[in-house]
Design a protein. Sequence first.
Lengths: 433, 1016
Amino acid sequence: MKFKNGAILGAVIAMVLLATNLFDANTNARQYSKSYPAVVCPPNPAGVTTTTSVSSKKTPYYRIGNKSTKLVNIKTLRYSSVSDPILLQTEGVTPISFQSRTSVWAGSVLCTAPATSQWFVGGTSDVSSKGVIYLVNSGLSVAIADIFTWSENGEQAVKTISLKANSTVAVKLDSLAPGDSNIVVKVVARSGRVNSFLVDERVKGLQKLGGDSVNAISAPARKLVISGIPQQIVKKKVPTHYLRLFVPGVADANFTLELLSSNGRFIPIGYNERKLISGSVVELKLTPEVAKGAFAIQLTSDQPLVAAIRSRTTSNGVSDFLWSTPSPALAPMQIAIGGILPKIIFAGDAIAIDLKVEFSNGKVKEQSITGSDLVSWQVPNNATAITVLRAGVDNYAGALIAAKSGYAFFPIASGAELTKVAIPSSNIRVLNP
Amino acid sequence: MATSKISDPFHVTAVIVSHDGAIWLPEVVAALSSQTRRLDQIVAVDTGSKDKSAALLKAAKIPVLAMPRDAGFGDAVYRAVEKFPKSNNERNEWIWVIHDDCAPKSDALEKLLVELVDRPNVAMAGPKLLGWHDRSHLLEVGVSITNNGDRWTGMEAHEYDQGQHDGIRDVLSVSTAGALIRRDVFEELGGYDPQLALFRDDVDFGWRIRMAGHSIIVVTDSVAFHAQAAASERRSVDVEGAFLHRPLLLDRRNSAYVLLANSSAWLLPWLIVQLITSAAIRSIGYLIAKLPGYASDEILAIASLIFRPAILRAARKERRIHRLLPPRVIADFIPPRLTQYRNGLNNFLESIRNRIFAKLPTDNDIDEEFNDDADLLTPVKAFNWGSVFKRPHVVLGISLFIFILLSSRSRFGSLIGGALATTPHGTSTLWRSYIESWHQVGMGSSAPTPPWVALLSILSLFFFGKPAVLVSLFIFFAPALMAVSAYKFLKIVTANSWLRVSASMLYAISPVAIASVNTGRLGTLVLLILLPWIVASISSLDNFQRISWRRIFGVALLISIATSFTLMVWLAVLVVTAVGVGLDIRIFNADLNKELFDQKLKRRIALLATPVIVTAPWSLVAIINPSRFLYEPGILLSGGGPNLAFLGNPGGPGALPWWAISPLTLVLIVAYFARTQLRKVAQMGILFLLFSVALSAISITGNGTIAPTQLWVGVFLAVATLAAVTVGAIILNDLRDYLIATNINYRHILSACLLIITMGYSATAFSWNISQASSSPVYTKSVNILPEYLGVEADAKTLVLREITNRDLTSLAFYISRGSDIALGEPDVAPIQDPAIAKAVIELADGSGLTTSKTFADFGIKYLFAKNPIDKDVVSTIDALGGFARTSATTDGIVWKVSKPTGRLVFTNIKGEVTLLASGGIGVTTSVPGPGIITLTENYDLGWQILQNGLKLERSENEDGLPQFKVLETGEFTLIHDGTLRRGALSLQFIAWVVLIILTLPAGRRKREISEMELS
């Protein structure tokens, strides 16, 4: 009898414990919210045509500067801006804005989410400068941004800009470091949703020297890869590229430049463990004797630095320059490239990338890119978006667009990172000390 | 007849009035017969007695006049006076009125007459009245009336006659029992008032005699013994006008009649007020004493007189005819108010003293004679102070005090943390939050405040009106209170003091007790303290029918108090009731005794239903939303899950770690195999333990929290703990002798194991709790969450973002503050945040919320406060998002102001222009500049109303779930939250508690229920 009672009790206890442990609510699991912030595309300067490629006609947008901030569907795959920048709710797809001043220059930039700091390596403050940096506040309150400028003469005075809600402010580059040729600009948003876009336009007297939209760099790094530097060999003459470098820290840097091309990879003479003084902008000439097309460079440094490379190009007889900027390592992402037909330059030790190409007729094609050091791939006609499905370790990419008005470059990078934050929960405990 | 030994000029006729007085009449007749001063005449009037009264009188050869049964006392006397012839000596002819339950001493008449010889102005004299049974009990030495109609004798209750009132004195009146009245005066005044058929006829008559210019004396040498049969309800009251034969009704009616008929006219309004007030107060007193009949008598008596003014007019007219003196001559005989109060207070204190010290030995109890020699031979006992510290109670007290002191070292002062919210400074704040129909918590709530807030408010009155003092002391002394209640309870199971001390100590440091104290879980703490009392009152699930209703309601009161804190207690009662009913059904199937079954069932239903009734409307909300049955008071904190619960540990913050394994489960399992009653207790304990395990797997949300929180099962574990402590004590108590007497066997080993685990647990629990005291979730409040300046704007809402840690996991949380930290009681009514706000905050955190600030403004949220320490990314995201302007950044945190203007009352005119209207508090009166829409940024509720020009504005609910009102014209308006329903519900709740308390109190006895010995 006792044994029977014991057995029953044991069975009941075991059953209850088993059941409760199985159904024990896992309150440890933290819930996350994943979302893409809205991206902002650049304003359209006077005389310039700005068209933005999006992946869907149903992409919600509004014009920054308009009274209404209500998001409406964009209803086109290539949006031509009037003057105002636009805000797009693209849900992870990075739109590309292509800008051109007819027969003078062309450029392209990624539309990006507001950032607390953006670095621009490009532009000049000397007499040739017609460049402008645009600060866009897409928020509903006043934003404050600081513009830090460095040149070959070191750090310049900080310029603090107050931006009204839902507005754009243009700051001329020649006001940032008057007379200086090589500048690096950092825009820090003290408050508000601030995006900045730098347009580097130059003239020499009445001669237009070209221009470009300079893509921003998010932060200085010890390793930078610039993939997609155009190499136009005219009359067998190797073009000169200008590598602009800046070490923002207090310590000088030692960097090594490695060149990746279809001819292989090498370190150009004088670029091995080269010392770079911090605090002032340096521009170095680079004349690599590599095959025409495009190449990439990889900078490794013992101190974080920012860099970009300016190359002179000619398209349809129009002489232009473009700024190739570093790209982050490739990761799954999607870019809208409708109507711009870029050539994408992949760089890396072992390039292994799976892509998905979407076409305007709705078709989808998958493409695998493999190789080593440098691989070029021309985006097929009528493609509206490409998606990086998988990418090898330390694979990088940049895109070159050959347009009638000139060459344009944009890094293959996501304009809006997937934000994963723990979902804040309503809990009255926050009001209890 | 008696022989006359004394000569005097008087002629005395005794008039006996009998009415069912056969019990007392033989002694009365004998007393009259043996008077030392012979009666000149004797006559009896029988008012339709149903017993042998008339026969007895006739047998004593007393002439008996028969009258109807409803004839009044005065009528009977008057009839007798009419019947017997007048003597020649009219001036000295006296009537001696004798009740059938009043026996004068043999010299009573003689002593009376002696005093009359030299007092020609005396028209009435009376003897000293003593009790019938207790003949040293002094009943009356004259009688008067108080301003509120009470009969006034000036005696204390059960006053012992030691001659302290002896002497001859002028009085307002004397009792009709033994009253000697001059016949001519009696006839001149028309005898006793026929309106006063019984009771108060004596006072009235005395009053009239006095007003006619005569005197009345009491002669204490003359003694009569009076049974007060009618007043003490020893016989029915059948006189005409005695509605429902109720003596008290007649008495109260007559007392009012006497006052109103005899007092001067200008005093009448004041007297009426006094009579009504005192009747109401007495009614309440009778209700409390569970004597509703008496209570209704009080009211009916006054009503029956006030609504018949013609009777009073006639009476006053009659009295005016015979009045010779001004009314002020009576004033000397009306007892001063101070004397009345002093007497009442003395009686009250005496009753308490008798209740408390009734069994204290008195000098009379010492039966041993004092013997000087024996005293000298007795060795002098030296008091050994060391022995004090060997007493179990002292050991318990000292060790507990040290434990409490060390483990509470971070809890001196106003407490905060854990489940405890900030305690308000004054009890009025708590009261207000209990009474108000709208609570400004988060976006506002109309949820009923739980009754524990009211209990706390009441109790805090005893602590200088400071709830913080009460809460701090309660948390501090909670282990001691638990130990004391367990110690008292364990008296049922063992007489061994050391065992009781150890067991009660274990109860006080049980895992559930430690966790409850450390986290300030008021509900579980209250239950842990009350549970032993509850179980002690109903110690068995069987024989329920034997438990008195008063005890049932007493237990129901305790359960209701515990249920007022957490409805989980009611769930526990439900479980016990279900088990009990199951047992009842089994017994019923065996013996088919339906009456027994019904009696048990009624009692069980009373126990189950009472807490729900008295805690309504709060409990009724839980019936609609059953998850509320699982809430503890205060902030929702997680428990520890099923595995810890199986070890008797509720887990969660402040709980003992898993390795501090208590012997609770082992003891219950061991006791489960016993064959005695022990097994039933163990079964109940295991049942509750398994319920705890099962429930602890559940996660709940509520009390202002949407994060799933593992259920705290402290209430169920408290029952299991008490069961384990009980069976442990019984096992050790019973086993001790057996273990001593037998060789070592498995019982010795088992007992040793149990003892080792118990001691190990005790040491671990003690040391852990003391060492962790500084990091206890409940601690002395030193800081506020919200900076002071955010509380300056009365109508400003601030969304507070803060990182909180739960089960070692830090996450971002938010809630809307109304300018201050959360206060006690507020979490219990806090609403779950609106989904739109929750979505806006999520978008705020992930940076995608372009319209977050607009959403905040729509809900009237003016400020965003990120409490430090907080993730810098969150701060920079907010900075970058837009719509918020930083207003400050201090070490406390960062404050942003929502850019869009917002407030509590937002007016939008027909052009769409927005104006903020002044608003503070719940209701407000302000003006509106024109037609448009007023939006109130509080949760929508049917109670919200705006009145303009006496009309209610049309109310609707906007897309955000906020109330809005359509304004048609410019002008002043008043915003209110209509709390009529809440007030009605609270009134009913108050009545329910009062009724429950009355049912719990000892019942008053009707006079007929009091033994004669007690009466006199």
